[in-house]
Design a protein around this ligand. Structure first.
Ligand SMILES: [Zn+2]
Ligand SMILES: [Zn+2]
Length: 358
């Protein structure tokens, strides 16, 4: 072997060894640059005016690395809304550079733990991200005030610590926590306006998550564009009525076949609790095909599946989850993951899937 060849072989190895030896200062420098860039970025401000919708949590209560607890964030004109605050949702919003401090309201669909267990974190981050001087408004069906009071109590000490430590520049005490507004759930197929501001209208409607009651979904409209978020529901004619002609339907989906397989496995393994739960849950959730049928009945342009249950861990499971869906709905269907992002520009019919925000 010539010297040149030997040098060519050794140089990359020496460079690698040097990089390894200096990995700590190198990583610190790269991280600093990354933080600088991240703090300067405002990706949501750069999106075209209209409605933008991002999944801050595409999953349900079971752990799935691609899908956090249910959470949908909407930027409609100047308004920023979050629908449900599942576990991990607020952290995903932080990573996406969603303007947390500008959240105008949190909308609750119902009070199952997986939809509310990130509320405390969301309210705290919204407070200190923009030194908000008023609590986060939380809109929802009757029962919202009790949930909000519980979180406010649990976070009372945290709020005092932060306010005393950082002062009004970061944490003015008047802005901590949440403020509830409850709305009577209208009859099935009807809707009630819960928010109207800056050209944005938000309507609440009943869905069918029996025996859980109340359970609602929301329709958000801005400059001729519209999105509907189902919350948790079995196939619902109420939703199909209120979602008529929407541009994007964000609908929950639970695979009855896969939960059935979990049930058989639980029985075989003599796990009676899992066997009971897997018997109970399919009845109050929609299958992916149910969601697709609702999309067809409502005549929506696109369907985005979220609250995906169970976790889809193996290659091929996503295809299995979507079996029968293209036959039930002829429009585009997206199986949501954390960061799935759509932009609906005002003055057009387009529903643009964007590069994922995570
Ligand atoms: Zn749920
Ligand atoms: Zn639920």
């Amino acid at each position: 072997m010539t010297r040149t060849r030997l040098a060519l072989l050794l140089t990359p190895l020496l460079l690698l060894a040097a990089a390894y030896a200096f990995r700590a200062p190198l990583a610190m420098r790269i991280a600093e640059r990354g933080i600088e860039r991240s703090l300067a970025a405002e990706p949501f401000a750069a999106l075209p005016d209209g409605i933008s919708l991002v999944l801050c949590g595409a999953g349900g209560p079971l752990p799935d690395p691609k899908r956090s607890g249910p959470c949908v964030a909407v930027q409609a004109g100047k308004l920023h809304l979050v629908i449900d605050a599942g576990s991990g949702g607020a952290r995903n919003l932080t990573r996406m550079r969603f303007p947390l401090g500008n959240i105008d309201a949190l909308l609750l669909t119902h009070f199952h733990s997986d939809h509310i267990d990130g509320m405390g974190e969301l309210a705290m981050l919204r407070w200190v991200n923009a030194a908000n001087t008023t609590p986060l408004p939380v809109l929802g069906p009757p029962g919202t005030a009790q949930v909000v009071a519980g979180f406010n109590g649990a976070y009372a000490a945290d709020s005092r610590y932060r306010s005393a430590h950082h002062g009004d520049v970061v944490a003015p005490l008047s802005g901590h926590g949440m403020q509830a507004s409850e709305f009577t759930v209208p009859a099935p197929g009807e809707s009630v306006v819960v928010l109207e501001r800056e050209g944005v209208t938000v309507r609440m409607f009943a869905v069918n998550h029996a025996p859980v009651d109340p359970a609602v979904g929301y329709r958000i409209e801005y400059r001729g564009r519209s999105v509907v978020v189902s919350g948790d529901t079995a196939r619902s004619t109420s939703l199909e009525t209120v979602a008529k002609g929407a541009d994007l339907l964000v609908h929950e989906a639970l695979s009855h076949e896969m939960v059935g397989a979990m049930h058989r496995a639980a029985e075989a393994a003599n796990r009676p609790i899992i066997a009971k739960v897997t018997t109970d849950i399919p009845g109050y959730h929609s299958s992916p095909v149910d969601a697709a049928k609702s999309a067809t009945a409502a005549g929506v342009r696109q369907l985005l599946l979220y609250h995906v249950v169970p976790p889809l861990m193996l290659p091929g499971m996503e295809a299995a989850f979507l079996q029968g869906v293209p036959e039930a709905f002829s429009g585009p269907v997206t199986l949501g993951v954390d960061g799935s992002l759509f932009n609906l520009p005002a003055g057009s019919d387009a529903v643009n899937g964007m590069p994922r925000a995570l």
